[in-house]
Design a protein around this ligand. Sequence first.
Ligand code: HEM
Length: 331
Amino acid sequence: MLRSRSGNFASAAAAFLLGSALAGAALAGGPAKESPLSMVEALHSAFGDHHDRAVHTKGLVFVGTFTPAKEARTLTKEPIFSGGPLPVIARFSLFAGVPDLADNDDGASPAGLAVKVKAKDGDDFDIEANQHPDFIVSTFDEFAVFLRAVGSTKPDSPHPSPVEQFLATHPHAVQFLHSRTYPASYAQARYWGINAVKFTNAKGQSVFVRYTFKPHAPEKYLTPDERKVAGPSYLGDEIVRRIAAAPVSFDLYAQIAGKGDKIDDPAVAWPATRKMVKLGTLTLVNQPDDPNEVARTLLFLPGQSHPGVEAADPMLVLRNTAYPISLGERQ
Ligand code: HEM
């Protein structure tokens, strides 16, 4: 059954912006209580179940190549970083789980970039990133609590509404919601992998890293006035036109964890001064011939282990279990 709760989401989104930062963050630890299915249901409670991606629903698929940088081999023995260019499928998306969301809606940010490198040995290498260097909450379970609070907040909910109650005890979430940016183009945004992974090189030396994609085009974000007048498909229309005219590229970097950087808390960004090592260049050249069919069957598994690359943040391992549930529901 298709249920649309986008109106409810829009009112909850408005409530986010009214939230004020109050003291006291409660961060859950220990094993996750949520199952992959209960997490996808929590996403539906916030956004509705549209028989589509449970979140990041509106998006566009492109194909191109990934060309590794030689510095990558100093960090990881993963084969995709040692050969020549490999084929890529990538998808840009708005954040919320609402298929007809306007590109200039509050819930469109943080926009996503998901990348699948088709490795020669058939071991696809997936990275998912979004526009924020940190996540709204620290754990998988806490994300479900937030989503259910959004879902149970109605336009006529007495104050404090469930989402206001959540925000009152989660100052980082308030700060996150207020610091969202809205890109002028999908090709002019910076994207972050957020959840830490462990890289191991051929000598057996390991480091913890977080991915980031830096656009070749200059970063540009809309002012609030520009966003108000941007059309409901300004991002989608622009990226299709731009890639039809010329390839769009991003450099992929590994941000190396420093002393004291949290591996298991995606709500805390690592300092911008941390060393960045270039891993390669992503270049998008075309839409596939059958973009809707490619998008329907496309599954990204960003927590998958590979030789020399392992998920380190527990949230990444848990995310990997929820993605196939959403894929199954949208077939
Ligand atoms: C507890 C945290 C998270 C959960 C439960 C979650 C869950 C999901 C689900 C269920 C989907 C739809 C999958 C599909 O139908 O194929 C999705 C898509 C996506 N997620 Fe997450 N996610 C989480 C955190 C993140 C983070 C931290 C990032 C960015 C670093 C991210 C980036 C994306 C992107 C870019 C997509 C769109 C993939 C596509 O284009 O097909 N997610 N997420």
